[in-house]
Ligand binder design. Structure first.
Ligand code: PLP
Length: 379
């Protein structure tokens, strides 16, 4: 089955009691048992829920995974993966990372005696000097936030396989529609469903997917034992959102391409970051491992100040100043003072996040209106 069909049908069945086409919202904390000690599929709402099951099966099919477990947020999903580690384990992490992930590694898991090495993985060979007998996991995002750097997933997968290291990818920015990392050698895929998968800015949720039965059993155990589960209503909303992932992503990509080209020729703009440009450093890798270039575009201004960026943010009318990304509506943000505020200024400038950097999550509105909005805002 092709992905466009899987998004709508995979893992889903008409409700056996009524024939309802849409998966019902099983809003229950417990299930009646036939007799003491009798085998049942459902016992208690933390460990099993039919709406959640349907979503997990649907997501697994889309990512070409055998197993999927959903959590109450993207961070809860990441937290669960990190719980696979033991004190003294070492983790290789790409140095261009979602702020919340950086925070949980530094402020939570470092205290548990786990060591993290932050590495520029745009060149896969950079990883090699950091591998030792304690190296247990490699954590990667591609494309990254907000620089939209691209990592070679297949090449890194060969290295992790040779050294028996779990290879985890946060696939939030690409979504399974544009990139399927398990097919390229990843062991575990993590999503913030809050973004493109949910797609309508109305759900906070996360997922972990893998093909390894033993890891899946640990995930299943942690999901029930730790208990950071999503509610059935949110599972329903996500199932509904996923049904249009393909049409949304196509429009996100098309609009982002037009916005990137527009910004690049604008006389107030210094640099535009978007993996679709032929001169993007890892453009060829993006072409190989992604089916399109995604809906995110970042850019900097010739007048490189926070004030100049603030002026643009204040003048937009359709783009909304807000955190998050991946919804149908266009959002605009300023990484230096928000998501990357805790990174020391010198560090952030070194990786390219200068004072005037603006990040766009390009929505699926009419492109003419989006370009007009940016033209006016750049004034
Ligand atoms: C938003 C985000 C997360 C965290 O997900 P939440 O659903 O907000 O907890 C993790 N990784 C990336 C890349 C994200 O964009």
């Amino acid at each position: 089955m092709k992905i466009n069909t899987k998004l709508i049908h995979a893992g889903l069945h008409a409700d056996p009691s009524t024939g309802a086409i849409m998966t019902p919202i099983y809003q229950t904390s417990s299930y009646a048992q036939k007799a003491l000690g009798a085998e049942a599929k459902y016992y208690y709402g933390r460990t099993q829920n039919p709406t959640r099951d349907a979503l997990q099966q649907n997501l697994a099919a889309i990512e070409n995974a055998q197993h999927c477990y959903c959590f109450s947020s993207g961070m809860a999903a990441i937290d669960t993966v990190m719980r696979l580690l033991n004190p003294e384990d070492e983790v290789l992490v790409n140095n261009d990372l979602y702020g919340g992930t950086y925070r949980i590694l530094k402020n939570v898991f470092l205290r548990y005696g786990i060591k993290f090495h932050f590495i520029d993985m745009r060149e896969p060979a950079n990883i090699l000097p950091f591998i030792n007998k304690n190296t247990k996991m490699l954590w990667l995002e591609s494309p990254t936030n907000p620089m939209l750097n691209i990592m070679d997933i297949e090449a890194i997968g060969k290295i992790t396989k040779a050294h028996n290291i779990f290879f985890c990818i946060d696939n939030t920015f690409a979504s399974p529609y544009l990139q399927q990392p398990l097919d390229l050698g990843a062991t575990i895929v993590v999503h913030s469903i809050t973004k493109y998968l949910g797609g309508h800015s109305d759900v906070v949720m996360g997922a972990v997917l893998c093909n390894n039965d033993e890891l899946a059993e640990q995930m299943r155990f942690l999901q029930g034992a730790v208990g950071a589960i999503p509610g059935p209503q949110d599972c329903f909303l996500t199932l509904r959102g996923i049904k249009t992932l393909h049409v949304r992503m196509e429009r996100h990509c098309e609009n982002a391409a037009a916005v990137a080209q527009f910004l690049r020729q604008h006389n107030k703009v210094a640099k535009v970051y978007w993996p679709g440009f032929k001169d993007h450093p890892n453009h060829a890798i993006a072409v190989r491992q992604m089916s399109d270039f995604g809906g995110m575009v970042s850019f900097t201004l010739k007048e490189d100040t926070v004030e100049a960026a603030a002026k643009v943010l204040a003048r937009v009318k359709i783009f909304t100043l807000a955190e998050s990304l991946g919804g149908v509506e266009s959002l605009i943000g300023h990484p230096p003072t928000t998501t990357h505020f805790s990174v020391p200024r010198a560090e952030r400038i070194k990786v390219g996040i200068v004072d005037s950097m603006i990040r766009l999550s390009v929505g699926i509105e009419d492109i003419d209106d989006l370009l007009e909005d940016l033209e006016y805002a750049l004034g």
